[in-house]
Design a protein around this ligand. Structure first.
Ligand code: PDD
Length: 288
């Protein structure tokens, strides 16, 4: 198992990787990133991640290296890591500069690719479910740095996870300026109630999760009605099932929110089914 980091095309053991402290990703969070995982050694949904990375960079008005270079460098780094399954974090910063907010002062973008052995949530979390709180940390307003940008600034999520852990919870849900719940700290939110699978719409101001989109695409053909709708904290408390979706978690059941038990307090059938659907799809779309 190895942890390697590619910096602008050169691959290092993680502890030897170095980048200037004048990089704007470090100074201002002026960077975009994607977390991609492999299934059977191959990066899953790579094109969707690259599409989102492109959209994030466009919103921040900076130019990414060519897509072909990103694909090739990612592949090379995965191979060098030679892990059975890989966690890949692909970061592009606006580059180094003279400590000046003006984005025009940045030199060329820096490309950093972290690859390490994939560590997934333990199976017991899927069997028992997890607890979350709604700590009241607001997600960035859409007219600030839009939450659809997967940028290097995750301070609201850092605050929310910190609050959750201090209260003994596993994670937190984020709310928007109206108090509606939008997503998790690094995952999207689904609830199941009244026979329908519900998730907040992108217009609510949230990250357009690759797993979220996949669930919306696959749920219907698996007999589940879906709707994108505004979700309040009360809706979450009263749901039969609550779940978080992400690249790393697939579909993780939530059994308690702010100390209130969700449904029967056990991992529900919809969460189980959706996880299976996502996994089966991820494994079946890959060549053997
Ligand atoms: N996080 N919402 C936020 C705020 C996220 O950071 C993520 C992903 C998601 C889920 O997106 P996807 O299904 O494409 O992974 C939703 C990754 C896993 C991370 O930062 O580690």
């Amino acid at each position: 198992m190895s942890f390697v980091i590619n910096i602008n095309g050169e691959i290092f053991p993680a502890e030897e990787a170095r980048l200037s402290v004048l990089d704007r990703g470090f100074l201002y969070g002026d960077s975009v990133y994607e977390v991609i995982r492999t299934y059977k050694g191959r990066p899953f949904a790579l094109e969707r991640h690259l599409e989102r990375l492109t959209q994030s960079a466009e919103r921040l008005a900076f130019i990414l290296p060519p897509m072909e270079q990103l694909r090739n460098e990612l592949q090379r780094t995965i191979e060098r890591g030679s892990n059975e399954e890989s966690y890949c974090r692909l970061v592009v910063t606006r580059g180094c500069g003279p400590i000046d907010l003006d984005p025009a002062t940045a030199a060329a973008p820096n490309l950093i690719i972290y690859v390490k052995a994939l560590e997934l949530p333990g199976e017991s979390l899927y069997e028992k479910g997890v607890t979350v709180i709604i700590p009241g940390v607001r997600r960035m307003a859409p007219r600030a740095a839009h939450p659809a940008i997967k940028s290097g600034n995750y301070l609201n999520s850092v605050l929310a996870v910190g609050a959750a852990r201090r209260q003994g919870a596993f994670d937190a849900l984020m709310i928007d300026s109206s108090g509606n719940v939008t997503e998790g700290t690094a995952s999207n939110l689904f609830i199941y109630s009244g026979g329908t699978l519900k998730t907040p719409p992108l217009e609510a101001g949230l990250l357009a999760g690759v797993t979220r989109r996949l669930i919306l695409e696959l749920a219907h053909q698996n007999g589940l009605d879906t709707v994108e709708v505004v979700i309040s904290a009360e809706d979450v408390y009263g749901a039969q099932e609550v779940m978080l979706s992400s690249t790393l978690r697939e579909v993780l059941p939530v059994i308690s929110v702010d100390g209130r038990t969700i449904g029967s307090g056990l991992c529900g059938p919809v969460a189980k089914k959706l996880r299976r659907i996502v996994r089966d799809y991820a494994l079946s779309t890959l060549p053997d």
